[in-house]
Every structure is written in C-alpha cells, then in structure tokens.
Design a protein around this ligand. Structure first.
Ligand code: ZN
Ligand code: FE
Length: 255
C-alpha cells in the first residue's frame, strides 16, 4: 500500500511533509521548519510521529526539531556528513542507506550542491521523492556550499528516478522560478502551460508542491542544461552540460 502524503505549509514559504503508512499506523515527517503546524496536522489525523527525516542543516528545515522531538519522542535521522551541525541524530545516513516508514522502504540519495551534506529520500513503492532544497518545482537550491558541477550531478541522479515520481521539495518558489524559466524557453508549449497553471494555483492559494518529475524534466531549466534549445538560448552551443547549468544558476541568482 502506498504511503499517504500530507503537505504541511510552515513559516512563510516552507513545506514539511508527513508520510503515513496506514497498515502499521507509522508516521514520519520530512523536515521541521517549525513544530506547531506539524503537531496540528498530526493531531487532526490522530497520527503518532515516530521519525523525523532531515534533508539538510539550514534552520528553515530543522528549527522545530527539538520541540517536535520533545512532544512526540520521535527519533531523528539525517546526513552523517553533517552530523556535527544537525540536531543530535539517532540515525546517521549516507548514500544508499535505507529508511523505513511502516512497511515502506525509502532510499537515501546524496544530493550535494545547496549544502555539502544535503540528502534526498526516495520511496519507490509510493513514487515519492523528498528533495528539500536540491531539485525544486521549476528550480533548484542556490549553491551555498557546493559547486555547480556537484549540483548538476545531484540533479542528474534525481532525473533518473521514474518520471511519475512526485517531487516533494522544501519551498513555494515556483512562481518566480516559472518567470525565470520563461526567459530561457519562451516558446515551449509545455512551459507556457505550466506557467499558467502555477499562476492559477497561487492565485487560489494552492501549493505548487509536490510536482511530477515528468513536468520538471519538461520545464525545469536546471534539468534542461543539456538540451540544444537551452544551450542555443544562452549562446553556449558547444559548452558542456555542467557549464551550461552553472550559467543558468548564475542568471537565476541575479534574476
Ligand atoms: Zn536550505
Ligand atoms: Fe530552505
């Protein structure tokens, strides 16, 4: 049975995610920007939290961990590489490690670039991937610690997941990301359609997260650095994919 997913808006533009296995009643949360909205979402459903999964060390993803841990007794799992600057971990994770939510098994994917110890969680049986600030709806995280090459390789790994995978990312940034994407591929019908649906969603106050990987592959400029059309738009026909990705990231930083 696939995991049940609940998107929990936190702070001004962050998302946390509850995943619940109905068969065993087990519930985990991915990232804790603040404890309040997560405790409320658990209470509304009568779910008991047993595990906190962390994508990376930034405070807008971990600030509520201690309060949530104290309130629920949940164990905390995060990247071994960042154990020194994450809240105290009960379980240290690295590439290929498995995490369990009830009967569902998730796999840890290291996705450095935004931070060096950033990880993602993929639950293949539920077609869910939790990507934090690596791959985001129509965008990707800024390169605060890693190199463009590292982030490009991270995005390549995530691109290789099944296209029907739902990408559960950490922020509501799609509207500004969409405006930027339109500067690179203004004539793409897929992009024009998605820009319209993102604008409609935001007007109605609906989240644009999660999104399908298939839509990201078709419209997210950061996954499309290898496309001839994107290279041509940037005047970089002969450049390598990672180099083109770096230029797209630079332009977005200034957008
Ligand atoms: Zn971050
Ligand atoms: Fe963030």
């Amino acid at each position: 049975m696939p995991l049940e997913l609940v998107t929990v808006p936190c702070l001004s533009d962050n998302y946390a995610f509850l995943v619940h296995d109905a068969a065993t009643g087990e519930t985990s949360v991915v990232d804790v920007p603040e404890a309040g909205p997560i405790l409320k979402a658990l209470e509304e459903r009568g779910w008991r939290l047993s595990q906190i999964l962390l994508t990376h060390h930034h405070s807008d993803h971990v600030a509520g961990v201690e309060e949530l841990r104290a309130a629920t007794g949940a164990r905390v799992a995060g990247a071994a590489a960042d154990a020194h600057r994450l809240p105290p971990l009960d379980l240290e994770l690295a590439e290929g490690c498995r995490v369990q939510v009830g009967a569902s098994e998730g796999r840890v994917i290291e996705v450095p670039g935004h931070t060096v110890g950033h990880i993602a969680f993929h639950f293949p049986d539920s077609a869910l991937a939790f990507t934090g600030d690596s791959l985001m709806a129509m965008g990707c995280g800024r390169l605060f610690e890693g190199t463009a090459e590292a982030m490009w390789q991270s995005l390549r790994k995530l691109s290789a997941l099944p296209p029907e995978t739902l990408i559960c990312s950490g922020h509501e940034y799609a509207a500004s990301n969409a405006r930027f994407a339109a500067t690179l591929e203004p004539d793409s019908p897929m992009l024009i359609f998605r820009v319209g649906s993102i604008a409609a969603a935001r007007k109605e106050g609906r989240p644009t997260v999660p999104s399908h990987l298939s839509d990201e592959l078709a419209t997210n400029p950061f996954l499309r650095a290898g496309e001839a059309g994107v290279k041509a738009a940037l005047g970089m026909m002969d450049a390598g994919d990672a180099e083109v990705f770096a230029e797209i990231r630079r332009r977005k930083d200034k957008f």
